[in-house]
Design a protein around this ligand. Structure first.
Ligand code: DX5
Ligand code: ZN
Length: 227
């Protein structure tokens, strides 16, 4: 098991998108025991991304299963319509896309008013400068390292440069803000992402798709991160 302390330098957020959903509770408990820091819930609406996944009802059932922090990655249009429902279901943080929220400032303020941690995700093709005005208000930035919509895609190497830029912006404007990365994170890409400035790592297929199981997947990732 990886020691879980608040000051651990790097954190792992397994994504249940790649889990065996027929035994979701078991799969979540397994990564919790293996040292996961939080559980990443990928919410897709079939419009913002070409896929459909989970909604607040899944969060409601997941909530009593784990004490881990639940983060909702909202890959949906008009996220404002669903913030309250996710809060009620027991989510701990909500991450909305800079490309999906028309009035991003309002959306962030609403997330905070619900007493949740507020994050903003940014797609590979969107420049880092789009985060500038909202950064002081954020608890987390989620830099996408694949185009959102599916698990198991290849890491886009070109995103490393933008992650460095976001790291600099965060250090300058809001050092308490976390920098998380999502997509193609595995033992090979994680060290490069750490070097670029990432501190929290979403991992779908490298944990839940690991041929030797999620615990072994977690351990491999942790070792690669020097945890
Ligand atoms: C992709 C999702 C990711 C996905 C990552 O749209 O946002 O969270 O689960 O999966 P892997 O780690 O397999 O790239
Ligand atoms: Zn995600």
């Amino acid at each position: 098991m990886i020691p879980r302390t608040d000051d651990r330098r790097f954190k792992i957020a397994p994504s249940i998108l790649s889990a065996d959903l027929s035994r979701l509770a078991e799969q979540v408990r397994e990564v919790e025991a293996a040292g996961a820091d939080r559980i990443h819930v990928d919410v897709m609406d079939g419009r913002f991304v070409p896929n459909i996944t989970f909604g607040p009802v899944l969060v409601k059932w997941l909530r009593p299963v784990t004490t881990l922090h639940l983060e909702g990655h909202l890959m949906i249009h008009a996220p404002d319509d669903f913030l309250d429902a996710f809060a009620e279901a027991g989510i701990d943080s909500l991450i909305v896309h800079v490309e999906g929220a028309l009035h991003l400032n309002r959306t962030i303020q609403r997330i905070k008013a619900l007493n949740l941690r507020a994050g903003v995700a940014i797609n590979p093709a969107t420049p880092a400068v789009m985060l500038e005005e909202v950064l002081p208000d954020l608890d987390l930035v989620l830099a996408m390292t694949v185009n959102p919509g599916f698990g198991g895609q290849s890491f886009i190497t070109g995103t490393l440069k933008k992650i460095q830029t976001i790291r600099q912006m965060i250090d300058r404007e809001n050092p308490a803000c976390e920098l998380e990365v999502d997509g193609g994170v595995d033992a090979e890409t994680a060290p490069k992402l750490i070097e670029a400035g990432a501190r929290v790592f979403v991992a779908g297929s490298s944990v839940y798709g690991a041929p030797d199981g999620p615990t072994a997947g977690m351990q491999r990732l942790a070792r690669a991160m020097g945890l």
